[in-house]
Design a protein around this ligand. Structure first.
Ligand code: 13P
Ligand code: SF4
Length: 306
């Protein structure tokens, strides 16, 4: 069987080495749509595998471990979300891709951390009013950065929410040359202090291009898996994870880490948690806002090349 293995940057290095492609959420969705696979093993979390199934309904999609979920999904009650959405009936509902299929079908647009700024700015340019879910930190950042007044759903990434401004500032004040880069799921006070904010892939690109004296320190406010990729690109930099409330530089996503090499190997043989429980109506409705995002991103990418 023609099997494609995709891995997110937060999986352990051994799993990344087993994958055909490693990337951020947007990249992996675009690859899943482009490649003609019969089976896709998604070494990531459930919402990523569900998105892959929704845009490739005829492909067998396997998640190595059923428990690989995401706190942004588990903190969002769909009945309450429906009520919230109805309260803002004349608004455009923009949802982060870190959401369940049932959440996506209540959305007008899906975004990832890489295209959220562009898509929301495009909607405001069209004169729309916007509500944003489920990530409270990302929504707070967008409102702060662009002066929007979007109503925001209240859920967080339990990993990124751990980064604390006080600990980070202490380290930055001890070393004036140090830089801080962050994922937009981090708390707003940390984002306000950051030299760069972006998706996992965008942070990697920033590190790749960073011009610095040898051993410049870069603190990274994201899951520890990405630091492996950063260190591979830049041996000359001192790359460290930003501190969390406990003062340590340690912060891992327990869901991403459920993708052990042994489970990924089994999944490649067709044994794992198959995404076969979404009915056609759910997939058809959830596909609409995802496809809008994928088309928007392809047009943007072609404009950048031209
Ligand atoms: P990226 O799209 O930036 O890879 O983010 C996915 C994610 O789950 C971050 O916690
Ligand atoms: Fe979800 Fe956070 Fe893990 Fe990303 S790092 S999958 S947002 S819990």
């Amino acid at each position: 069987m023609n099997t494609l293995t995709l891995a997110h940057y937060y999986t352990v290095p051994e799993v990344q080495q087993m994958a055909d492609y490693v990337g951020d959420s947007l990249e992996l969705a675009l690859i899943a749509q482009r490649e003609q696979a019969e089976r896709i093993v998604f070494a990531g979390v459930k919402f990523m595998a569900e998105t892959t199934k929704i845009i490739n309904p005829d492909v067998e999609v396997i998640l190595p471990d059923e428990e690989a979920t995401c706190s942004l999904v588990t903190q969002t009650d769909i009945t309450q979300l429906k009520r919230w959405r109805e309260k803002y009936a004349d608004y455009i509902h923009v949802s982060y891709i870190n959401s369940s299929a049932e959440h996506k079908l209540l959305s007008d647009w899906i975004v990832t951390s890489r295209n959220v700024d562009d898509i929301i700015s495009h909607l405001y340019e069209q004169g729309e009013k916007v509500i944003f879910s489920p990530d409270r930190n990302m929504g707070a950042y967008l409102n702060y950065q662009y002066g929007y007044q979007m109503p925001i759903w209240n859920a967080v990434c339990e990993v990124h929410d751990q980064f604390k401004e006080g600990e980070v500032m202490k380290l930055l004040s001890e070393n004036k040359d140090a830089k801080l880069i962050a994922h937009p799921e981090s708390p707003l006070p940390v984002l306000k202090r950051s030299d760069f904010i972006g998706s996992t892939k965008q942070m990697l690109e920033w590190v790749k291009k960073y011009r610095a004296s040898p051993k410049s320190v870069i603190y990274v406010a994201t899951e520890e898996g990405l630091l492996y990729n950063m260190k591979q690109l830049r041996h000359d930099l001192d790359i460290r994870q930003a501190p969390i409330y406990a003062g340590c530089q340690c912060n891992a996503c327990p869901y991403m880490k459920r993708n052990t090499p042994a489970l990924v190997k089994k999944a490649q043989q067709g044994i794992g948690f198959e995404i076969d429980y979404l009915d056609n109506d759910t997939m058809d409705r959830a596909r609409v806002p995802i496809e809008k995002m994928l088309s928007f991103s392809k047009i943007k990418a072609s404009q950048r090349v031209a």
